[in-house]
Ligand binder design. Structure first.
Ligand SMILES: Cc1cc2nc3c(=O)[nH]c(=O)nc-3n(C[C@H](O)[C@H](O)[C@H](O)COP(=O)(O)OP(=O)(O)OC[C@H]3O[C@@H](n4cnc5c(N)ncnc54)[C@H](O)[C@@H]3O)c2cc1C
Length: 457
């Protein structure tokens, strides 16, 4: 048998189910063609593109060191290449949600393979649970997180991890014919970098995870989202490690496990209701009369809203490709509730910018904030950006980190700039001159959104 192995965003040589699949069938395999379909990014996603290419380059080096030769193909030439190789079968990861373009998703690629009559074997590589095996007693996906968590948490247990010898796989690998030149800056992560970061998180920060999670000035969470988006770490190993250390500090470990199960929950929802990528989960909110003011959208994107906490978060996103979870919640609520802009606009912007973009978590994170999702925040529990700022950044350390214009200003003036306009002026900040005025009146926005949602409920 001649087999094609598509290493689509599973950039690891350890605990890789695609490699395990090959290893378990070595006796039947005459030769193995490794293929990496290379992704393209849009004009607005340079940071993501550099990160992707840098990570890919590091993965290629690792494969090279292990004598595994790879063909790099543009996505749109994948089928043609497979045909030219006369493969009996192709194996491919089927559960990746972190692609920048929808057409790279497995369901789309599968259609192309089917059309070309190439057998394709889907393999789950990035998620812990099988979405079709996590239904409730009525045979439907759980729609409320706590029920999902209660039901499936007991099934998080030590699992066997795939073992294989790369040398044996390398011996069956056909020499590569196709190489693409990658112009790469020294960005991105290697599998080894991720292993070190994960070990360090397990040794230190996890013990304060519950409180660290809300600390804005520094990232004290795991940033595992980035590693998971590129397949740099195996989710089974992650859970195994957590269970192994669990007794050290049950409450923080459980808090962390719970978040990972959130990722699984959203993944199940997304596979079962793919239409929710663009449409409100709750039917009654499918026809909201969004205001969709382009000018206001631009201000939000550029961090020019006049609310320092929002603007700091947008700076963090635009400069690093990452944003704290709390601030993802606050900025998304600001867009959908204060500005009444369609959540799909915000989702698309986050997709362009987030290095850890994951369609399931992003879409359902946005639908949570917009109150359109299943198990979403109720519309009447709208965040007040000024209160969020006082509560989670009382010393304005986060604000000052991303908005240096405020470096010499009293922290307490920065939560509500309108109220403190005069004092800010005394400290060198003139609203409308060196920092924008608040673009909306939060109380008015609140009234508008409450009456809109009430009318639809
Ligand atoms: C509007 C919005 C958009 C989001 N977009 C994405 C996205 O594109 N990609 C993404 O991975 N996450 C997204 N999230 C979820 C969450 O913000 C990130 O997973 C988290 O901030 C990543 O940082 P971390 O790995 O340090 O998290 P940690 O706090 O260390 O959490 C560990 C892991 O648990 C999972 N997790 C944590 N919180 C959530 C959550 N609320 N939902 C689902 N999984 C979670 C992630 O896999 C994360 O890596 C979004 C949340 C919101 C509100």
């Amino acid at each position: 048998m001649k087999i094609g192995v598509v290493l689509n965003r599973v950039f690891r040589i350890n605990h890789n189910p695609l490699l395990a699949y090959v290893y378990q069938r070595l006796d039947d395999i005459e030769s193995c063609v490794f293929i990496i379909p290379v992704e393209q990014f849009g004009d607005h996603s340079q940071l993501k593109e550099t990160f992707y290419k840098g990570t890919l380059k590091k993965f290629l080096n690792e494969l090279h060191n292990n004598h595994i030769s790879v063909n790099m193909i543009d996505y749109d030439q994948l089928i043609e290449f497979c045909e030219s190789q006369e493969l009996d079968k192709v194996v491919m990861a089927s559960d990746i949600m972190s692609y920048h373009k929808e057409e790279y998703d497995y369901p789309h690629q599968k259609q192309h393979f089917n059309k070309a009559s190439i057998e394709v074997q889907p393999i789950r590589v990035q998620h812990y649970f099988n979405p079709k095996k996590t239904f409730n007693n009525q045979g439907e996906p759980y729609k409320v997180f706590t029920s999902f968590y209660k039901r499936w948490r007991p099934y998080v247990m030590q699992r066997k991890i795939d073992q294989y010898k790369l040398k044996d796989i390398a011996n069956k690998t056909s020499t590569s014919e196709k190489k693409l030149k990658l112009d790469v800056e020294d960005r991105g992560l290697s599998e080894k970098d991720v292993q070190q970061q994960w070990q360090s998180f397990l040794e230190h920060d996890i013990q304060n995870y519950d409180s660290n999670r809300e600390y804005l000035p520094e990232v004290l969470t795991s940033q595992l989202s980035i590693a998971l988006a590129y397949g740099l770490i195996d989710i089974i190993k992650v859970f195994n490690d957590l269970l192994q250390g669990y007794d050290i500090d049950e409450s923080n470990y459980e808090a962390f496990i719970r978040e990972l199960i959130f990722r699984e929950f959203y993944y199940v929802l997304m596979t079962q209701y793919p239409e929710t990528a663009n449409v409100a989960f709750k039917e009654k909110y499918q026809h909201i009369d969004w205001v969709n003011n382009e000018h206001q959208f631009t201000k939000w994107k550029n961090g020019e809203t006049g609310f320092p906490i929002i603007d700091a978060a947008m700076e963090e996103l635009n400069q690093t490709g990452y944003m704290h979870n709390r601030m993802r919640m606050v900025t998304s609520q600001f867009l959908t509730k204060d500005l009444l802009i369609d959540w799909t606009w915000g989702e698309a912007y986050f997709k362009d910018k987030l290095i850890d973009y994951d369609s399931a978590s992003n879409v359902h994170g946005w639908q949570w904030s917009a109150s359109t999702g299943t198990d979403a925040v109720p519309y009447f529990r709208m965040f007040n950006p000024m209160r969020q700022s006082e509560r989670f950044d009382s010393k304005a350390l986060y604000i000052k980190r991303w908005l240096p214009v405020f470096n010499d200003v009293d922290a307490k003036l920065l939560h509500d700039t309108k109220k403190n306009q005069k004092k800010l002026k005394q400290q060198g900040i003139e609203l409308g001159q060196n920092y924008p005025k608040q673009m909306v009146n939060h109380n008015d926005s609140r009234e508008r959104v409450m009456s809109l949602f009430k009318s639809l409920s």
